[in-house]
Design a protein around this ligand. Structure first.
Ligand code: CP
Length: 367
């Protein structure tokens, strides 16, 4: 009998043929050498690494910008989620760097505070080898009276490839996208849209439940001021989920049923039988008056605690986009439950933003 073929070496050498990434050879080879995988285990791992890549190779994102979930078809959404699945695997590897955006420039322009979105776009850009600049809005000429459009035109003249923008006014990011030559991503505009948040929430649900279609998702809390709720309702409906919104009447918009969800004003009814309970932050910075008598009373009736969560399915996921107000919309103990996927949402945030930057990069001029 001749010598056994080295399956690890063969699979590692073939990896770029399937995935399009030379680095995958190195990743697979390292797994093989360092973890002592047997010839039987190795092809299985290789196949797992390659499946999401193969799923993503056919996907062409057909837009120049990402401004609203409304602009996306179910195929666009699934394509982005498949691509993000692959990015999630890259992020769990020791070697996280890809060449996808080498030579490209990404600018983060955040007129509103952010921890998760800004830092994950920065990490995503860096992991794809882009030059990333965080515009320091507080110390910029915006404070000297420069308009949003003038600021955008100034940055545009520096020839960025992708501009990531968060602004407190609904519609501001779309307006800006009409004035610049580069691609624009909406990182949250007022109470209107936060498309990458909805994508990362969907990715988290899909990875935990295996699907979106047919699931009952209860979105609970300050619906009135929430761009996260608006983006999630659109995306979840597009992928066939049953969406409920749960809030006191003061935190619902006029004609709330027009959002495309079943409306509830009691938590126990709204959560009953849900597969996913998504809590929202009480957005006091957007409130112009008194919408709830007190945060204590709000927590009593609408805060997620053990008693209320018991109405959902026993394996219901607990989600929150962050930042969380513990003891206001969610009890600390609920955020720490094993079925709370709040930290996984943050992790998937980086993966989704890598996928969005990669998808947009295919539309950028090549010459
Ligand atoms: N969920 C979210 O948008 O968080 P940040 O405001 O921290 O970006």
């Amino acid at each position: 009998m001749g010598p056994m073929p080295d399956y690890g070496l063969v699979t590692a050498l073939l990896a770029p043929v399937y995935t399009g990434y030379f680095q995958d050879s190195i990743i697979l080879w390292r797994h093989h050498r360092n973890q002592g995988l047997s010839a039987v285990q190795f092809p299985t791992i290789a196949r797992l690494l390659m499946i999401p890549a193969q799923a993503s190779t056919d996907f062409v994102y057909p837009h120049r910008h990402l401004l609203s979930i409304e602009d996306l078809t179910p195929a666009d959404i699934n394509g982005l989620l498949d691509l993000a699945d692959k990015s999630a695997e890259i992020n769990r590897d020791v070697r996280k760097k890809r060449d996808t955006l080498r030579g490209r420039t990404v600018i983060n322009l955040f007129f509103e505070a952010s921890t998760r979105t800004q830092s994950s776009f920065e990490l995503a850009g860096k992991r794809l080898s882009a030059d990333v600049m965080n515009m320091a809005v507080k110390s910029s000429s915006i404070n000297k009276g420069e308009t949003l459009i003038d600021t955008a035109m100034t940055l545009n003249a520096m020839r960025p490839d992708i501009l990531i923008v968060r602004h407190h006014a609904a519609g501001a990011v779309e307006l800006l996208s009409q004035k610049v030559d580069c691609s624009v991503v909406n990182a949250g505009d007022g109470s209107h849209q936060h498309p990458t948040q909805a994508l990362l929430d969907a990715l988290t649900i899909r990875r935990n439940k295996g699907r979106i279609e047919g699931l009952t998702v209860a979105i609970c809390g300050d619906i009135l001021h929430s761009r996260v709720a608006r983006s999630n309702i659109m995306l979840l409906n597009a992928l066939g989920a049953r969406v409920r919104i749960v809030a006191p009447t003061t935190l619902l918009p006029p004609s709330p049923e027009r959002l495309g969800a079943e409306v509830f004003t009691f938590m126990e009814q709204g959560i009953e039988g849900a597969d996913v309970v998504m809590m929202l932050r009480l957005q006091r910075e957007r409130m112009t008056g008194s919408y709830v008598p007190s945060t204590r009373e709000y927590f009593h009736f609408f805060g997620l605690d053990q008693e209320k969560l018991a109405y959902a399915k026993p394996d219901a996921l607990v989600m929150h986009p962050g930042p969380m107000n513990r003891g206001v919309e969610i009890a600390s103990s609920m955020a720490e439950l094993p079925r709370s996927v709040i930290q996984e949402q943050v992790e998937m945030g980086v993966a989704v933003r890598m996928a969005v930057l990669e998808a947009l990069s295919y539309q950028l001029p090549k010459e």
